[in-house]
Design a protein around this ligand. Sequence first.
Ligand SMILES: [Zn+2]
Length: 252
Amino acid sequence: MPLLVTDAIVLHGMEYLESSRILRLITRDAGVQAVIAKGARRPRSRFGSALDLFAQGSAQLLTKPGRDLQTLTSFDVTRSRGALAADLDRFTGAAAIAEIVLRFAHDDSGPEFFDIVEHALDDVAAAPPGAGRERTIGAIWRIVGALGFAPSLDDCSVCHSPVAVGDAVLFHHRAGGILCDRCASSHGGGRAIPRDALDALRAWLGGSDSLALGGREARAHQRLLHEFVREHLADGRAIRAFDAWATSAGEG
Ligand SMILES: [Zn+2]
């Protein structure tokens, strides 16, 4: 069996039989992979506590083409991200990020996508108290963009002409972004968002992780992101941890 050595992050874990664990990883070189860590729950397992949720390290996988479950033979932790478990906003945000990645990324997602997920979890882990939610919103928008679903924020998402934005602009989920005045008057639905909110979306999708929002603004952004993901990625199906995060009021 070919041996694959790659950076990996633990995004989900479950116990399996008496002593093993089944994990889902995002890897730098092979996208999302499900692996079995045999004996991982034995007291003197060679994995130790390495396989905790959100831990990152160098993983060795024995891979069999065509198999859904590969075998993890070692995992050398480089980052444990214990800060995510120390704060509820950070933890629920990281869980939402993990779920979005596991549901919508594939085994060919590539090194750049891995870097985006790595930075997303680092940003949320390093969030000052009360900022976990903003960091999560920005991180998920970047992941949505990397998955190919970035909303149109400069040109009209229907007629593609540049949009002159006044104090507010119409954001239309189904159309996939903002609308010009003409298209806004001919399309039902959508949500008017203030100019500040549009600027925040542009900053997040452009890579910024340091916006500070008030509680009301943050909740409005959570709602917008939730609606967008449901429209374009989820096909109306539930995304449990993400839905729970997106509808929570948070602490800030
Ligand atoms: Zn238009």
